[in-house]
Ligand binder design. Structure first.
Ligand SMILES: Cc1ncc(COP(=O)(O)O)c(C=O)c1O
Length: 467
């Protein structure tokens, strides 16, 4: 009876959900209207026009969307396959991917060796729980420490906690820092966590509390108590921002979601000094900017050891699309974390860790990192051409390696759509910023191909023609 009643309620709620979602994704739910001659001309002029209302893609979305909580506003294509730098949609159209799953697929889509390892390990052992040892959680932790020490970054990296996502890695870092604060000041006064404007650290309540964006925080207040916000690169403010009450400072060496904003070396050195002065844990969130994306294994690797972090978090590229995250800590932090302090059911399972073990090996390779630096220059040359051609539109190029932002003077939505309909996927960040985070193994030729599409997309949104 109870089941039938809840089924009736769910069915009754469905039309409203469908309406809400179809607005969010702009795919009408009404039966398809006749396609106009103008629409046909426009579609014929474009290689990848967004799937029409009467397409298989739109039908699939109409069927599925009512059952999906509407947390994303997605464009119409439905992606069904990926290989290297390309994705294919349900209409079998090909897109060059400058997004790499938001800085995730650093080895490209469906890396063949990864596919082989998934098959092998899934026939050997997928999960047995953290109550027992397995060969891969420890092997990955060891490799992360060895590669970090060899990279010139975090010179005192000692141990890793493996979890499932970036938010979880940051939660671990925040909890560890609170424990350090309690050890240093048993009165309980050392619990404040400092983060910076435009930061993005995740969506769980702890990581969200360190993400001072009203759009993300406001609907879910109150936030976890004890979080403070400062301005990135404001050295003068550090003495009043980071105080003896601070247990942790969490910062992205390059802010990704916030608009590809680079923390200056001088700021990070000053921040690290201030953290040491007051005994606060320095936590670098390299979930987006780490693992080779800047052309070094870690974005902070060029900094002097005094500016290295106590906690370093990673995720995204660590699994190349398979969910995994990690918090790397030094011995000072590790020594205070005791059995039972933290845990996870899935985190560190042998399948995820075996994959990440292979991926870290690939991403730490000096040849690959050198390629990232070169490819970053190819992008910058293209951006300079765009800036010369459209000086009123292109205001600034920011970032490093293959984490690049093009600051525009207007909302890039039309450019993003025009690029997509010409076979290029790009994403945005911050305010009016186009963000470029392609796979790190994308060829220079593919980058040039994408830049040419981008230029065409900018042109049609400026000079008219078939947008
Ligand atoms: C810098 C940074 N930290 C944390 C996160 C959250 O990671 P996840 O979405 O895996 O929880 C992200 C995701 O975009 C990120 O870019």
């Amino acid at each position: 009876m109870a089941f039938r009643a809840s089924l009736r309620r769910a069915t009754a709620a469905r039309p409203a959900a469908a309406r809400f979602y179809s607005q969010a994704i702009a795919v009408p739910t009404s039966s398809s209207s006749p396609v106009s001659a103008a629409q046909i001309r426009r579609d014929a002029a474009l290689p990848n026009p967004d799937p029409a209302e009467d397409s298989a893609s739109a039908a699939l979305v109409r069927e599925h969307a009512p059952f999906m909580v509407a947390t994303y506003a997605r464009p119409p294509p439905v992606f069904v396959r990926g290989e290297g730098s390309y994705l294919w949609d349900l209409e079998n159209r090909k897109y060059l991917d400058f997004t790499a799953g938001i800085a995730v697929n650093s080895l490209g889509h469906c890396d063949p060796e990864m596919a082989k390892l998934i098959a092998q390990q899934s026939k050997t052992l997928i999960h047995a729980s953290n109550l027992y040892y397995n060969p891969w959680t420890g092997a990955l932790s060891k490799l992360l420490i060895e590669k970090t020490l060899a990279s010139g970054g975090m010179h005192d990296a000692a141990a890793a906690f493996i979890c499932n996502s970036g938010s979880e890695a940051n939660e671990a870092g925040i909890k560890f820092a609170r424990k350090v604060g309690k050890a240093l000041d048993p009165s309980g006064a050392k619990t404040e966590v400092v983060s910076f404007r435009n930061a993005f650290h995740g969506r769980t309540m702890g990581s969200l509390s360190a993400t001072p964006n009203p759009k993300y925080q406001a609907p879910f207040g109150p936030m976890v108590p004890g979080f403070r916000v400062g301005e990135l690169n404001d050295i003068d403010a550090l003495p009043s921002l980071v105080t003896p009450a601070t247990c942790a400072v969490i910062v992205e060496p390059i802010q990704g979601e916030g608009g590809v904003r680079v923390a200056s070396d001088a700021f990070l050195v000053a921040l690290a000094r201030r953290c040491r002065d007051v005994g606060a844990v320095l936590h670098y969130d390299e979930i987006q900017c780490g693992l080779g994306r800047t052309g070094a294994l870690w974005a902070h690797a060029h900094l002097p050891p005094e500016a290295h972090p106590d906690v370093l978090t990673t995720a995204k590229a660590l699994g190349n699309g398979f969910p995994i995250g990690a918090a790397i800590v030094n011995a000072r932090v590790a020594a205070l974390i005791k059995v039972g302090d933290h845990g996870t059911t899935f985190g560190g399972n042998p399948l995820a860790c075996r994959l990440a073990h292979y991926i870290v090996g690939r991403l730490a390779d000096e040849g690959l990192l050198e390629g990232v630096r070169k490819k970053g220059e190819v992008f910058r040359e293209g951006f300079e051409r765009l800036r010369e051609r459209y000086p009123a539109l292109v205001q600034e190029v920011r970032g490093k390696g293959l984490l690049l932002g093009l600051q525009l003077s207007e909302d890039p939505a039309r450019i993003v759509k025009a690029a997509r309909e010409r076979g290029l996927l790009v994403i945005t960040a911050g305010t009016n910023t186009l963000r470029f985070v392609p796979s790190l193994v994308m060829s220079e030729e593919e980058i040039r191909e994408g830049l040419a599409i981008l230029e065409e997309a900018v042109r049609v949104t400026r000079e008219g023609g078939s947008e």
